[in-house]
Design a binder for this molecule. Structure first.
Ligand code: TPP
Length: 584
């Protein structure tokens, strides 16, 4: 197993071992690659590995212990599935001889059940008939299959359960295993779209008068996405809108205005210009849609659609495709490049296309020209954060915040160009700290920022132990707004707050938990900036500068640091950031 891990492209393995994994961990100790690191927790192993794999799959794997480790880590696996992160999870399960006695580290049907939360799961050997251990080639085939699944778009976690006696079998010869595996070791593959679908889509694009491109941020994960989008939308003179998530975790990477000049904005279903752009389209192209359903988008207009997706079932479920619409299935950036090539190689003129000025951000201002005081305060907070990020040339921002993330998104254009945003599509409050540590392990020379809510900190600070151990270059920014302001806003909209009085008992922060004291005790450098109550604009401007300076100071040395940023729950900056109701 360790040789299989070494021979594939893995560089890191995060483990939290039990009895069944001791042998494997011991083997890995003798290897340079993958480097074994103690995750000091089950879901931590999965989150660290997922963080290390956000750019591309299979750099890091997680090693878990049987039923207890795997069940404890399920939230992390489910989050990786939602985030479409390609990740190998190896789980030691009871040996063939003892499985029938159901020891605590085994549960009947465990790996099958895990299939609901992963892209792929497999028990090596039979789960029911365990009279003799499976032969070595079964292990190799399982491994090959799992790696092929997790490295094929749409990426996702692949979980393999391996009986202890298979892991410990000294008789398996590498050469024999390799011979048995037949196909050798897998490479990253992206299925190319079917040519007839491409041709049909090209014809539809050529004859359309007004094409609008609507993308979900999943598209931006793929290499070359901006250049491909730019060329495609220039050829078609098409406006580009991006799905803007409305509730929960909402901060995700956005199209760059510089790289894609036809980009308009996050789609806001209540914005007159955005609605008009969409309703004037006679062909809408959706790219890598996962969540363009009516609660997020409103109902899409009735015009013809082309869905380009590595997982078309996710577009189909959203209900806007009708008979006659076209699905182009495949790695989405390759599909867009192929469409552009076909469009370009034709006559060069598109009969249906009306030459018109593409409306861009000029017409749809994100931040109003004459800001009100509330807007000024919100801008000060994000500006301070952006100054900090810029000041230490950080390349990554991992977000695990609800209302704070919504505030950052509101002033997205203040963030430095080229900053890579990593959000949480699974909405796991508490995923940010370990994810950011994983990103940092993959990019040890870069400074990683992580924005999180106070309750997100509370649900995950265990992984700070590893951040200190591994000297992870992460700066955590905890937004202490006294309670879960997002859930309190929701409750207020639903009229619950007035019914039952104070919600502190279930939404308030712990009065005794001091974030910087905890972080200090674990070995992080810390600082605090208090924005105080909404008041004089000058005060917020000063606090904003303090925030930027403190972040740069804290991030000046190697290793993790944490800043507590205090803004009261009653501050006006939180207003209107949490729409309690869906669009339709
Ligand atoms: C793992 C997990 N458990 C529970 C929830 C439900 N949940 C949604 S928001 C939230 C509280 C977030 O509070 P905080 O981090 O303070 O952010 P704020 O509400 O102030 O924006 C919780 C627990 C979740 N999303 N994920």
């Amino acid at each position: 197993m360790s040789l299989l891990l070494q021979e594939s492209s893995l560089t890191l393995a995060f483990g939290y071992a039990g009895t069944s994994e001791l042998e494997l961990c011991n083997e890995l100790l003798g290897m340079e690659r993958p480097r074994l690191l103690n995750s000091r927790g089950d879901k931590e192993a999965v989150f660290f590995a997922a963080g290390a794999n956000v750019d591309s799959p299979h750099h890091a794997a997680a090693l878990l212990h049987g039923a207890r480790g795997l069940t404890n880590a399920l939230g992390g696996i489910a989050e990786a599935k939602r985030n479409e992160v390609g990740l190998l999870v190896l789980v030691g399960v009871p040996s063939t001889a003892s499985a029938r006695y159901a020891p605590p580290h085994g549960e009947p049907g465990l790996l099958k059940a895990v299939g609901a939360f992963s892209k792929f799961s497999l028990q090596v050997g039979s789960d029911t008939d365990r009279s003799s251990p499976p032969e070595g080639h079964v292990l190799v085939e399982a491994f090959t299959h799992a790696v092929s699944e997790l490295t094929t778009p749409p990426y996702g976690p692949a979980v393999i359960g391996i009986p202890q006696d298979v892991l410990e079998n000294p008789c398996l010869r590498w050469s024999a295993l390799r011979h048995h595996s037949g196909a050798g070791l897998p490479r990253m593959v992206g299925p190319l779209p079917d040519r007839s679908a491409l041709l049909e889509a090209t014809t539809a694009l050529r004859t359309a008068g007004n094409v609008v491109v609507l993308l979900d941020d999943y598209f931006l994960r793929y290499k070359g996405s901006s250049a491909a989008l730019h060329r495609f939308t220039q050829l078609l003179n098409a406006s580009v809108l991006q799905l803007g998530y409305r509730r929960g975790a909402v901060l995700f990477p956005r199209v760059s205005r510089d790289e894609v000049p036809n980009f308009v904005d996050w789609y806001d279903p209540y914005h007159t210009d955005h609605r008009r752009i969409l309703h004037e389209a006679d062909l809408i192209v959706t790219l890598e849609d996962r969540n363009m359903y009516p609660r997020n988008m409103g109902v899409l207009p009735d015009c013809r659609k082309i869905a380009v997706s590595s997982d078309p079932s996710k577009a189909v479920k959203n209900g806007y495709l009708a008979p006659g619409d076209i699905i182009v299935e495949g790695e989405p950036v390759q599909a867009v490049i192929a469409l552009s090539t076909l469009l370009h190689s034709g006559s060069g003129t598109f009969p249906g296309l009306v030459k018109r000025r593409v409306p861009t951000a000029e017409g749809s201002v994100t931040v109003s020209v004459a800001p009100d005081p509330r807007e000024h305060c919100g801008r000060c907070v994000v500006d301070g954060l952006a100054q900090g990020i810029r000041g230490c040339s950080a390349k990554f921002l991992v977000d695990d915040s609800q209302i704070f993330g919504a505030l950052i998104r509101r002033f997205y254009d203040l963030l430095p160009d080229g900053l890579r945003i990593i959000g949480s599509h699974g909405g796991f409050v508490g995923s940010g700290i370990p994810h950011a540590i994983g990103v940092s392990m993959r990019h040890p020379c870069e400074r990683v920022f992580c924005t999180l809510g106070d309750q997100g900190f509370n649900n995950a600070f265990q992984s700070l132990v590893s951040a200190v151990d591994m000297r992870s270059n992460v700066t955590f920014v905890v937004c202490d707004n006294g309670m879960s302001v997002s859930l309190a806003s929701q409750a207020e909209e639903q009229g619950l707050r007035t019914l039952s009085g104070s919600m502190d008992r279930y939404l308030g922060n712990s009065p005794s938990l001091e974030y910087t004291s905890v972080a200090n005790a674990l070995g992080l450098r810390t600082a605090e900036v208090d924005f105080g109550h909404d008041g004089e604009p000058g005060h917020w401007r000063q606090a904003s500068m303090d925030l930027g300076a403190a972040l740069v100071r804290l991030s000046g040395q190697r290793g993790p640091a944490l800043l507590r940023m205090a803004v009261p729950p009653s501050s006006g900056i939180w207003k209107d950031l949490w729409p309690a109701n869906g669009v339709s």
